[in-house]
Each structure stands twice: as C-alpha cells, then as structure tokens.
Design a protein around this ligand. Structure first.
Ligand code: GDP
Ligand code: MG
Length: 436
C-alpha cells in the first residue's frame, strides 16, 4: 500500500544523514510514483510533489539536524493542507428541522450512512427522522426501516410516491412530531445520468436542504473523485462522506477529492456497523497514510534507548490495545532514559491536545511504580477490576493514599482510551491490517 511505499522511501532518506539536493529529488520521484499508484489524481500529485520539493531543498531542511525527519514533516504538512478545511460537523439550522440530503451512486453507502448519521445525531441529543426517497426498489425502503428499527429512529416513507412529494411531506411530518433533523435517503443509479440529476434537483428545490452530502465509495479511487466533480457542478455539494475507507488501501480518493473538487470530506465510513462513522480529520488521515504517524517516530525514539524487540512488542500491544499497567511500568522505566514522559506521549496522534487531562507528573514516577508493584498480576492486566477495598490495600502496600491509587487508575484509563482512539480506525485503513 501507499503507507509502506512512503515508509520505504523515508527509510532510505534517513540512511543518508545530511541530504543533498539529488537525494531529495530521488525521494520525491519515489513519492510521486507511490501517490500515482495509490490512484491519487495526477494533477494533485504534480502540485504536491512540486510543493514538497520546493520546501525540502530549501536551506531550512538541508541544514537541519535531521533532514530526513524534516522532509517527512513537510510531506505530512502538505498532505494536511491537501485535505484540509474539514469540520466533520453537521451545521444545525437555526430553525428546525435541519434537512440533510444524501446523494450518490448505487451501492456507495447512502442508506447505511443515512442511518449512521441518524445514530450519531441521536447520541448528540437530536431527534432525527429518516426519509425513504429511494422508491425504485421496495427492498430499499425495507432496508432503511430495518436500520431505523434497530436504532430506534423513526422512518418516514410513502411507498412509490414521487420522491419530491415524499421529501416535502417528511418535513411537515417532522415539524408535527418534534423531529429536529430530517435525513433524506435518495435513490442512486449505476452511473450519473440526467434522470438521476433531474430527480435530485427536484428534491433539492422542494425541501431546500441545509446540507447536501455526497456519499462516495473510497475503494473506487479516481472514479469517486470524478463522481464528486459531476455532482458538485450540477447540485452544489456541502460536503462528502467517504465510505468503505476500511477497505481502501490506496488513499487516492481521500487525497484528491478536496484538491480536485474543492469539497471537503466531512465524514468517513469505516465499516458496516452503525457506529462505523467518524468525523474526517485531515491530520489523522495524513498520519495514517504516513503509517501510524508519529507513533513511528515514537517507536524509533524508543529503539534508540532500548532494544528493538521490546519496541516491536510495544507497537503490537498499542495496535492490539493490549497495553496493561505492567507495560506502562515497563515503558516508564525505559522512557526515563528518553526524556520527559510528556514529550513522548505528545508524539502519539491526538494525545498532545489531551495531555493536560492526563497530567503524568514526572516526579510521581516513583509513586506510580510503587502502586503498580503492589497490585496482583490480574489487576495490572485488568485495572477495571480493582474495587475500593483493594485500592485501600494497594495504597497501604505502596505507602501512598487511596486518592493516589485512584488517580493513577483514572490516568491509565484515559490513556487506554486515547490509544483506542488512535489505533481504532487506523487499523484497516491504509495499514493493510485487519478490518476496522
Ligand atoms: P446505497 O445503495 O448507496 O444506499 O448503499 P448501501 O447503504 O445499501 O450500502 C451498500 C453496501 O456497502 C452495503 O452492503 C453496506 O453494508 C456496505 N457499506 C456501506 N458503508 C460501508 C463502509 O463504510 N464500510 C464497509 N466495509 N461497507 C460499507
Ligand atoms: Mg440505498
């Protein structure tokens, strides 16, 4: 996949120490090929490589302490720029209901994502209504109803009536029943044609949606980008939902859509389950494309201080979310050699910002060590099992207070949550690993 190719390139670059212009050029040739193979739009690739190259052969990089790292940083920044501007939010209308219309080709994931969005918004305290405007197959209405039942979200349907009338009636229905978000699931076609566009324009003009979201399948690569371009020029899109990213090992669509069409990706679909939807974060996506992002840097840094086998184990555990208090203790000891713990944690994507909530005090490490050592093996593996009575014993055994024990457990839990967050969607995506 793309991640592996880029990592190869950067590894070679790192082997060079001080970079010459020719080294950068060679690396950029490789980046270019990797991106093209990943089905990134050729014009996007051309501009991207030119930008990175221009920045990379500047004095700044050639004279920096670790030029290769610097180049990687530039690639990362430019990737974020390429996909940037995403909010991952639905704009809620000042006067309800907020009307969202999902459009796209057949099989892209419209019905699934209409339901996922409803589920997400319901969790945020909204009262969504799903609307069945795919009138061509009775099975399509049924599919939406089944999902609605499963999520306990009402579904509005009027059989094979005109989609425009169904959409219009659904707004009235929502107003009468206190539904503040209306999500319209529309029919697709195998290919874009005038019949489809006409139908969608009709619905659009009858309900004036606040958000027209295009649903495209990431696995279709450049086709997804072309589809987005057509829909955008005909209907005007407010955003894109990029689906099936869990099965996409190339990343071409994610990297090209914004640059080619000007539309931002708002959400990504990462599986068939109803909670397999995430706001799109360009920085995280770039990190994923570059291979778990700064976690790699973290591991490299770790490798300098302790042996490679240990680092591999740690990586595996992070990835499999099997990180226990024992590992935590182990890491702490290793990391003492590596500099402040906070700077290590900061390298984990998404952790930096949340660090202030975790507050692992360097001076506390002795305390922490004592506390963990007072736990049983089972407790270290599954800290959630530790009851209040055990907390007292652990505090006593470690010469600390119950509050200290409680605080450590809380910190560890937060850390695990963050690890889950960054490793969660990242696995199937572009990593070539297991399905998310
Ligand atoms: P529609 O024709 O656009 O309404 O597409 P559907 O919502 O019916 O989805 C088509 C198929 O793609 C279904 O089997 C879905 O379960 C599957 N699907 C949708 N979104 C995703 C996703 O993000 N990941 C995966 N793996 N499958 C998905
Ligand atoms: Mg459908």
């Amino acid at each position: 996949g793309l991640s592996e190719k880029l990592q190869e390139t950067f590894k070679r670059l790192k082997g060079k120490g001080k970079l010459k212009e020719a080294d950068v050029s060679e690396a950029m040739r490789e980046v270019r090929v990797a991106l093209l193979e990943a089905d990134v739009n050729f014009k996007v690739v051309k501009d991207f490589v030119a930008k990175v190259k221009e920045r990379s052969i500047g004095q700044e990089v050639l004279e920096s302490l670790s030029p290769a790292q610097h180049v990687i940083k530039i690639v990362h920044e430019e990737m974020i720029e390429l996909m940037g501007g995403a909010t991952g939010k639905i704009l809620i209308a000042s006067k309800p209901p907020t009307v969202i219309m999902l459009i796209g080709l057949q099989g892209a994931g419209k019905t699934t994502h209409a339901a996922k969005l409803a589920n997400m918004l319901k969790k945020q305290g909204k009262h969504p209504l799903l609307v069945a405007c795919d009138i061509y197959r009775p099975a399509a209405i049924k599919q939406l109803q089944v999902l609605g039942d499963q999520l306990k979200v009402p579904v509005f349907s009027m059989g094979q009536d005109n989609p425009r009338d169904i959409a219009k009636a659904s707004i009235v229905h929502a107003n009468q029943n206190g539904q503040d978000v209306v999500i319209i699931d529309t029919a697709g076609r195998l290919h874009i044609n005038e019949e489809l566009m006409g139908e969608l324009r009709d619905i659009k003009s009858s309900v004036k949606p606040h958000e027209i979201l295009l649903v495209v399948d990431a696995m279709t690569g450049q086709d997804a980008v072309n589809v987005a371009e057509s829909f955008h020029s005909d209907l005007g899109l407010d955003g894109v939902i990029l689906t099936k990213l869990d099965g996409d090992t190339r990343g071409g669509a994610a990297l090209s859509i914004k640059a080619v069409t000007g539309c931002t990706i708002k959400f990504v679909g990462i599986g068939e389950k109803m909670d397999a939807i995430e706001p799109f974060h360009p920085d995280r996506m770039a990190s994923r494309i570059l291979g778990m992002g700064d976690v790699l840097t973290l591991i490299e840094k770790a490798q300098e201080s302790f042996d490679e086998k240990k680092a591999k184990e740690m990586e595996q555990k992070l990835r499999k979310q099997e990180f226990t208090l024992d590992d935590f203790l182990d890491q702490m000891q290793q990391m003492k050699k590596m500099g402040p713990l906070s700077s290590i944690l900061e390298m984990i994507p998404g952790v930096g910002k949340q660090l202030k909530d975790v507050q692992i005090d360097e001076k506390d490490t002795a305390h922490i060590e004592a506390i963990i050592r007072s736990m049983t093996t089972e407790e270290r593996r599954k800290p959630v099992l530790i009851k209040d009575s055990r907390k007292k014993r652990i505090a006593k055994g470690s010469g600390t207070s119950v509050q200290d024990v409680g605080r450590l457990l809380k910190q560890f839990e937060q850390m695990q949550k963050m690890m889950k967050q960054f490793s969660g969607g990242g696995m199937g995506m572009l990593g070539g690993g297991k399905k998310g």
